[in-house]
Design a protein around this ligand. Sequence first.
Ligand code: HEM
Length: 222
Amino acid sequence: MKYAMAVSGLIMVGYLVVHMYGNLKAFVSPDAFNEYAHHLRTIGEPMLPHEGLLWVVRVVLLASVLVHAYCAITLWRRNKKAAGYSGGKRYHSKQNRTGIQRSYASFTMRWGGVTIALFIVFHILNLTTNDIHPGGASDEPFTKLHNSFQYFWVLLAYTVAMIAVGFHLWHGFWSALTTLGQNRSSTRIASRATPVSIGLAAIITLGFLAPPFSIYFFGLGG
Ligand code: HEM
C-alpha cells in the first residue's frame, strides 16, 4: 500500500509539474496560454481522436487519486489499530523525543489531503467547466483565468489550496522517496530527501501562485 501511495503520488507530482509549467505561459501572452490549452486537446491527432490523450491523462489521474485516497485511509486505520489507538508515537514530538521524524507538513497530511480534494472539485467547476464563473463565463481559457482572479476571495481560496499542496508535497515527496528506498538517513533533519522535497514543494507552490498574483496585483493580461 505504501508503494501504491508513492507511485500514485509521483504520477500526480508529474502532472503538477507539467500543469504548473503550462500555466506559466500566461506570462508569455494570453494567446500563448490559449494556444497551449488548445494544444492539450489536439495532441496525438490524427492517431488519437480529438481530446484523446487528454482523456487518457484524466483517467490515469482519477485512478491515481482514488488509489492514493484508498491507501491513505486504509493505512491510517491500520496504524491506529497497531498503535493501540493512542496516537502517533512513531513521530518525534515533545512527548516523544525519540520518534524518528516530524515536521509541520507531516502532521497536516490528512486534512491537507481533504483540502486538496475539495479544491480539485471547486477548481474543475471554476476553470474547466466554468460553472463557477466570478467575473463572467467564457470559452477562452485565459479569459476564464483572468476573470476569476479579479476577485480577492478567489485569489485567497487558490492561495490556501496551493499552500496545502505545498505542505502535502513537502512531506509526501519525502515519504515517497523513503518508501522507494531513496532515503538512507534515519532522521528527517539529516536526510538529503528533506531539502529536495522542500525545494520541489516551494517551486510548485510559487510557480502556481505566480500567474494569479500577477493578474490580481499587476493586471497581467490586461
Ligand atoms: C493557481 C493554481 C492553478 C491554476 C491557475 C490552474 C489553472 C487551470 C486551468 C486554467 C485549467 C483549465 C485548462 C483548460 O480547460 O484548458 C485547469 C485545469 C485543471 N487543473 Fe488546474 N490550476 C491550478 C492548480 C491546480 C492544482 C494544484 C491541481 C491539482 C491538485 C490542478 C488540477 C487541475 C485539473 C485536474 C484540471 C482539469 C484538467 C482537465 O481534465 O481538463 N490545478 N487548471
